[in-house]
Design a protein around this ligand. Structure first.
Ligand SMILES: NC(=O)c1ccc[n+]([C@@H]2O[C@H](COP(=O)([O-])OP(=O)(O)OC[C@H]3O[C@@H](n4cnc5c(N)ncnc54)[C@H](O)[C@@H]3O)[C@@H](O)[C@H]2O)c1
Ligand SMILES: N[C@@H](CCO)C(=O)O
Ligand code: NA
Length: 428
């Protein structure tokens, strides 16, 4: 199997997680990529600095250019315009492919770097740059390449969504919530790029370029932040059944493409209105597909590293002739569980005789089968029926086998008139 040398530039929040995944999951990544992904080195400013992840010291270097010169794939996670731009250019010029999450750089120099990649037969991928872990750029460029996108509308900045959501739920003022977000580590010490919409505008330029097959840069994006949104605005929106979200919007109008970022009123029933906290989501409208929504973590070390790794595997698969056609495994390599081995939580409804000792007999049967009860509620007493009580039991996770045996045993009790329903519960 071919080995590809992967050079990592930067070992901060995201870089440290990328290094960890490359080392921990090496054999699985090789199987998916069709090539070994060898972490050839990590360029840092200070080799002795303390990091989130313990990594072999010999991987570290302060000579990024030497590392790049020897690499097949370069992962840039320094952030900022320089030296990131210069190092990415050097990598692409040498024919190495590049993965980056650097939206600030791409929103200004994306077209130029894309052209440099094309001229050198290199790939430039940047799924992490927009909405972190959420796969959105590849769905737009690959999955929807046979359709015509008409509008992209996203919550692409977690900090501002956290602030607006907290204002909506608590009624607090912007400045108070910002201070809280900073204390919790959601907002940066200098929150300007997030709060004034600049981060979202960079992502809007990238989304618009890919969705509409045209190069847009930051200067094409109208940008307003959320610092002037007041508690009164949020309350008035709530009164009208609306919520205020900072949206990045790119849409095809008759005369051209409009790209903008601003606080926007959304009806509460819109799917984007249900995106809470620091989560991100992107809503896409396409002529044939209709409406689609992509939702998940827009930031964080490991989530963002997931997107970086996906791009790295995608690059490797195009670099090796014998890459697997689909990135899935071999049948039998993971056991397929029988249904009775699955553990889940259940909601069981019973109609029982309304007399003393019934609850304890039923509870004893659950205990005997090792099924733990989370909630038991006697909801309705039906006197027309000789005294029936309706019981609702919600269980902790247990196996289908244990549940089936419990329900069978409970159903046989003389005091149980009927097992009305057994439903499985997810997401509680
Ligand atoms: N953190 C996230 O959730 C997130 C999400 C999406 C995209 N991104 C992007 O990923 C990139 C990295 O983000 P991060 O959160 O890991 O940032 P970070 O600040 O935690 O890490 C960057 C690291 O690069 C180092 N560095 C800077 N200049 C350097 C140089 N010249 N030589 C060597 N090392 C240098 C810094 O010391 C730091 O350790 C940025 O472009 C960011 O926009 C981050
Ligand atoms: N500052 C960004 C990080 C991810 O780009 C946010 O709040 O979403
Ligand atoms: Na993404």
């Amino acid at each position: 199997m071919k080995t590809l040398k992967v050079a990592l530039l930067g070992c901060g929040n995201v870089g440290a997680q990328v290094a960890r995944i490359l080392l921990e999951d090496a054999s699985e990544l090789a199987a998916r990529a069709g090539a070994k992904l060898e972490l050839s080195g990590i360029a840092v400013r200070n080799i002795e600095a303390k990091r989130d992840v313990e990594l072999p010291r010999e991987l570290f270097t302060t000579d990024a250019l030497a590392l790049i010169a020897d690499a097949d794939v370069v992962i840039e996670l320094l952030g900022g315009m320089e030296p990131a731009g210069e190092l990415i250019s050097a990598a692409l010029a040498s024919g190495a492919s590049v993965v980056t999450g650097n939206k600030a750089l791409l929103a200004v120099r994306g077209a130029e770097l894309g052209a440099l990649a094309a001229a050198n037969g290199a790939q430039l991928r940047y799924e992490a740059a927009v909405a972190g872990a959420i796969p959105i750029l590849r769905p737009i460029t690959d999955s929807l390449s046979g359709d015509r996108i008409t509008k992209v509308m996203g919550i692409v900045n977690g900090t501002t969504n956290f602030i607006l959501d907290a204002m909506d739920t608590t009624g607090a003022q912007f400045a108070d919530v910002l201070a809280e977000a900073q204390a919790l580590g959601y907002a940066e010490a200098d929150p300007t790029a997030d709060v004034e919409g600049h981060d979202a505008a960079a992502k809007a330029a990238i989304l618009a370029s890919l969705a509409f097959h045209t190069d847009f840069d930051l200067a094409d994006v109208h940008c307003e932040g959320i610092s002037s949104v007041s508690a009164a605005d949020v309350a008035a929106a709530a009164d009208a059944g609306m919520v205020i979200k900072l949206l990045a919007i790119a849409e095809r109008l008759e005369a051209g493409i409009a790209v903008r970022v601003h606080p926007t009123l959304l009806p509460r029933k819109h799917p984007l209105a249900s995106v809470h906290g620091a989560y991100n989501a992107v809503f896409v409208e396409a002529e044939n597909a209709g409406e689609l929504m992509f939702y998940g973590a827009g930031a964080g070390g490991a989530p963002t590293a997931s997107a970086i790794m996906g791009d790295t595997v995608a690059i490797a698969r195009r670099l090796v002739a014998d890459a697997p056609v689909i990135a899935s495994g071999v049948r039998g390599s993971q056991p397929a569980l029988r249904f009775d081995q699955i553990a889940t939580s259940y909601w069981i409804s019973l109609r029982v005789a309304d007399e003393s000792g019934v609850l304890s007999r039923i509870a004893a049967l659950f205990a005997e089968h090792g099924v733990s009860i989370e909630l038991l509620r006697q909801s309705v007493v039906d006197s027309a029926d000789g005294g029936s009580a309706l019981l609702r039991i919600v269980t902790h996770k247990s196996t289908e086998a244990a549940l089936a045996a419990t329900v069978a045993a409970v159903g046989k009790l003389d005091v149980v008139k009927e097992v009305t329903s057994v439903l499985r519960v997810e997401g509680n």
